[in-house]
Structure formats: structure tokens, C-alpha cells
Design a protein around this ligand. Structure first.
Ligand code: FMN
Length: 183
């Protein structure tokens, strides 16, 4: 699989109750299985986006109020039992907004977690993230995808981590193909 050595993926995620972090690790595993070098970081521990070098940026976040979280929804989550530390620092929304370097022709993908069972929800954290990524000049290589949690605090539904690894593999394969096609 490792026929394009040196492709780097940066996986940046936020998580209030830990479910999105679990999914992010599974996505990172899928990317690695496709031969990419993966850096995985929580957004609150991440350096500014402009300081990273990568071939594909993958962002993941819990769906809050049909979108990416804001300081107010993160505070809500803490009131509902999430650890206070999870509300510190920027969320994916703020981290992406602070990006100034022209991104083209870099690649990206986004995922979220959600409780909503409807198969095609138009407004989620990942659909919002994809709009922001495109605004910054990224080419999105894979449809945004949601992974289901049972309840606000989780746990993840059965099979979602396997699906997350598969999704990561699909993203990795798309990056390898794009890089072959354009590089
Ligand atoms: C303030 C708040 C708003 C939320 N809004 C939504 C929503 O609009 N749609 C949805 O499916 N889930 C919603 N949820 C549930 C979250 O998506 C769920 O808590 C999250 O996926 C768990 O991931 P985490 O453990 O990484 O925080 C909301 C949760 C919180 C705390």
C-alpha cells in the first residue's frame, strides 16, 4: 500500500465527551493503512493551522446545534457533564478561521459525530467544516461523514469505529490518487 511514501495527513479534532476523539483515532488508523504519515492532534493542543505542512487536512468535530461548536455550545456541554478542560481553547471553527495562508492546492476532508439518525442531514459539523475548508481554498476529497453516538455523551454506536477506519482508508486512497493525478 505504501507506494507514495511521504504523504502527510494532519488530523485535527475536537471532542467534549471523547467520542469524536475515538473516531479520530480510527480515521487516523485508516489513513495509516493507506500508507500516509499521520499527525493526530486535539484542536486545543494544535499549533496555528498555518504552521503545519501536510498533504491532506482532516478535521473532525461533534455536531452542536446543527453546526460546528461555538464557545457557548461547548459551555453547554460542560454544564451537561463534559469535562471542563474540553471547552478550553479554540474549536475547529475558530482554528480554521485563523488560517491565513493560501491553501491551494491542498486537500481536505471532514467528519463529525451526531445523535441524529436521519441518514442525510444537511446541517452538521462536517458540512459546516467543508464549507469553511472550501472557503480557504481546499479541495475536499471525500464526502463529509457523520458517526453516530447513542446519546449526547455517547457511547458510539456499534460498528462506527470500523466505519471510521474504512472512511479514513477511503480518504487516504483519494489523496494518493489525487497526488498521482496532479503531482
Ligand atoms: C450543546 C450541544 C448541542 C448539540 N446539538 C446537536 C445537533 O444539532 N445534532 C446532533 O445530531 N447532535 C447534537 N448534539 C449531540 C452531539 O453531537 C454529541 O454530544 C457529540 O456527537 C458527542 O461527541 P463528543 O463526545 O466528541 O463530544 C449536541 C450536543 C451538545 C452538547
Amino acid at each position: 500500500m505504501n507506494d507514495t511514501p511521504g504523504l502527510r495527513a494532519l488530523v485535527v479534532h475536537e471532542s467534549m465527551f471523547g467520542n469524536t476523539s475515538e473516531v479520530a483515532r480510527a480515521v487516523a488508523d485508516g489513513l495509516e493503512r493507506e500508507g500516509l504519515e499521520v499527525s493526530l492532534t486535539r484542536v486545543r493542543d494544535a499549533a496555528p493551522a498555518d504552521s503545519y505542512e501536510f498533504d491532506v487536512l482532516v478535521v473532525g468535530a461533534p455536531t452542536h446545534a446543527f453546526s460546528l461548536s461555538r464557545a457557548s455550545t461547548r459551555a453547554d456541554a460542560v454544564r451537561q457533564g463534559a469535562p471542563a478542560v474540553s471547552a478550553t481553547g479554540p474549536g475547529v471553527r475558530e482554528w480554521l478561521a485563523a488560517m491565513t495562508r493560501p491553501a491551494a492546492p491542498r486537500l481536505a476532508a471532514a467528519f463529525d459525530t451526531r445523535v441524529t439518525r436521519v441518514r442525510r442531514v444537511p446541517k452538521t459539523a462536517s458540512s459546516r467544516a467543508v464549507r469553511l475548508l472550501r472557503h480557504h481554498g481546499f479541495r475536499v476529497v471525500q464526502r463529509p461523514t457523520g458517526f453516530l453516538v447513542h446519546d449526547m455523551a455517547g457511547p458510539l454506536e456499534d460498528g462506527e469505529l470500523v466505519r471510521a477506519t474504512d472512511w479514513g482508508r477511503t480518504v487516504g486512497a483519494s489523496v494518493r490518487e489525487s497526488t498521482h493525478a496532479h503531482g
